[in-house]
Design a protein. Structure first.
Length: 251
């Protein structure tokens, strides 16, 4: 088993050309929506390429500048926006209740061999201070907030120790969406999936689908949790069978 690092929410979407200003709008929308989910998702500081910065008061020029500073660079240091921007945010950094956001967005190079654009939220390992945060209700709402802010194709919430149970991408020969506690598929992908009867299923107002393996906090040592997670993973096989990236052509 891999070292347990906490619970994560990871969203993915394919190549999409977006400016730092547009990314700032999405980033701000995500933070505002998360703040309504739970008080733990408040008090953010912006994470730049090498330091923390006070979070600007809105999605204007200051936030645009901070995001632009995270542009990908070539070996010679020249900016390469075709490979996107890297930035993030942290709340209560260094504490047992800290939450971190890491964003890779604006990547639009053709034929990406991996998850081109991602937004990821990570908690500290479960402890007496943050245990109440990691519930189905809170994580499902946070997952939908992240997925919809970024118009994600896929989003999942899971404990980090489930990663060792995922298929090896090199062995599989391509990226794929993997089993999780909670799985979201976009309105474009949702019609391809028939949820298993064992899953807790919800449809979003925009037409996406959310499938959860258990009402309890997911535990990889619980065979019942894993069984439903594997059934959900099997249900998304039609999406995993699409040519990569599955969202290369706007739908």
């Amino acid at each position: 088993m891999s070292e347990f690092l906490g619970y994560l929410i990871q969203a993915y979407w394919g190549p999409r050309r977006e400016t730092p200003a547009h990314l700032g709008q999405r980033f701000w929308k995500m933070l505002q929506t998360l703040s309504a989910v739970n008080p733990a998702f408040n008090g953010w500081k912006f994470i730049g390429t090498d330091t923390f910065w006070p979070l600007p008061s809105g999605p204007g020029n200051d936030l645009t500048r901070l995001i632009a500073n995270g542009v990908a660079t070539a070996d010679d240091g020249d900016p390469t926006p075709i490979y996107g921007y890297h930035f993030g945010a942290s709340a209560r950094a260094g504490s047992k209740t800290s939450v971190t956001l890491v964003i890779q967005a604006g990547f639009y190079a053709p034929n990406p061999p991996y998850f081109a654009n991602t937004a990821e939220l990570q908690t500290q390992p479960i402890n007496e201070h943050n245990a109440a945060l990691v519930t189905l209700a809170i994580f499902k709402a946070a997952l939908v907030a992240i997925a919809e802010a970024w118009d994600a194709t896929w989003c999942a919430a899971y404990p980090s120790d489930i990663i060792s149970l995922w298929p090896n991408r090199i062995a599989v020969g391509r990226p794929m969406f993997k089993m999780a506690w909670i799985t979201y598929l976009s309105p474009r992908s949702a019609p391809m999936v028939t949820p298993p009867a064992s899953a807790i299923v919800e449809h979003t107002a925009q037409g996406g689908i959310v499938m959860a393996a258990t009402e309890d906090r997911f535990d990889v040592t619980n065979p019942a949790h894993l069984a439903v997670a594997r059934e959900i993973e099997a249900a998304i096989a039609p999406v995993n069978a699409l040519p990569w990236p599955p969202d290369a052509t706007p739908g």
